[in-house]
Design a protein around this ligand. Structure first.
Ligand code: CA
Length: 317
């Protein structure tokens, strides 16, 4: 009898979900969204949660790529990249972002370094490259771009995670990353070498998951913040990518059923969209997350209006 009630409840719940666009991917658990537009198609790069329902830590074996032209129907190209692609890597597939330059796709990923003669282990950032957004991807360098030993302002071993990359109008590329403090460095045109020193900034309430972009003449640095523990999304703006950054406040409150959240911003067909993750799928949670999209609006002065999280989500007509 109880089982029948459970099945009936589950059918009703799934019926509601079927009418909702959020979360946008329902057949697997996904996290850490990183969208781009390439030739009028949206490509979405994600992490992949496979932890069991009772797990108390992440299990993230690979990164997936999805594509869509309406933000509703998503084609899954499967596990396009995994830490196994990098001979130096071991452990989980943490947050990543892929961007295009001169027809090549550079997928900046955070994972963990083997203990070897180059690094004592800990989180590290690598770069994979492909001629197409959906792959096949190979290690672009043959070694990690960032290893734990390169930043020493914080002592924990997982401080070098969550890369975000942007190319400015003058062609100069920048990478921001970090857990606990935010680091940035210039990248050479080849996208696989640093061009100068690593800089450290400490935006108010910063925890991790930065997302950097430029809109009109303003630079934006969004990030997962201390929030109320669980995380929120807060942000800064600046007139120069090198700062100084002005704190602008909270744009996203806590998300349902997940300790973390993670920003990704996309302009597509005349509108702005905010990508994030929560734990809202049935059996979901902090280690079984799902990506959502809601529309994003700016004030006339360039500041961002607070994101309204919806189950209905968005659709491009
Ligand atoms: Ca470090």
């Amino acid at each position: 009898m109880k089982k029948n009630i459970l099945i009936a409840f589950s059918l009703i719940f799934n019926c509601f979900l079927a009418n909702a666009q959020n979360p946008i991917i329902k057949h697997i658990f996904t996290a850490d969204p990183a969208p781009i537009v390439y030739r009028d198609t949206v490509f979405l790069f994600t992490g992949h949660d496979t932890a069991s329902v009772s797990a108390t830590n992440y299990k993230m074996p690979d990164w997936h790529v999805f594509s869509s032209t309406d933000l509703v129907n998503w084609k899954d190209y499967g596990a396009a990249l995994s830490p196994k692609t990098f001979s130096w890597a071991t452990g989980d597939a943490y947050a990543a972002q892929c961007i295009e330059r001169d027809g090549k796709f550079y997928w900046f990923v955070s994972t963990f370094h083997k203990k070897d003669d180059r690094s004592n282990g800990g989180a590290a950032i690598g770069v994979a490259v492909s001629d197409h957004p959906t792959g096949p991807y190979k290690d672009a360098i043959g070694k990690a771009l960032i290893i734990n030993e390169m930043t020493t302002d914080l002592k924990h071993a997982w401080d070098d995670i969550d890369p975000t990359v942007m190319i400015d109008d003058d062609g100069q590329a920048y990478m921001f990353w970090g857990n606990g403090s935010c680091r940035w460095v210039k990248l050479k045109k080849n996208m696989i070498e640093m061009d100068g020193e690593i800089n450290i900034i400490n935006p108010k309430n910063y925890i991790e998951g930065p997302w950097v972009y430029k809109r009109k003449d303003l630079y934006y640095l969004l990030y997962a913040s201390k929030g109320t523990k669980p995380e929120m999304i807060e942000y800064c703006t600046a007139k120069s990518i090198t700062g100084p950054w002005t704190y602008q406040g909270i744009i996203q409150e806590n998300v349902p059923n997940s300790f973390t959240t993670h920003p990704g911003v996309l302009d597509y067909k005349g509108k702005s969209y905010f990508f994030y993750h929560n734990g809202s799928l049935p059996t979901g949670g902090s280690y079984r997350r799902s990506i959502c999209i809601d529309e994003m609006f700016y004030n006339a002065d360039g500041t961002i209006k607070k994101i309204v999280q919806t189950e209905a989500g968005v659709a491009v007509k």
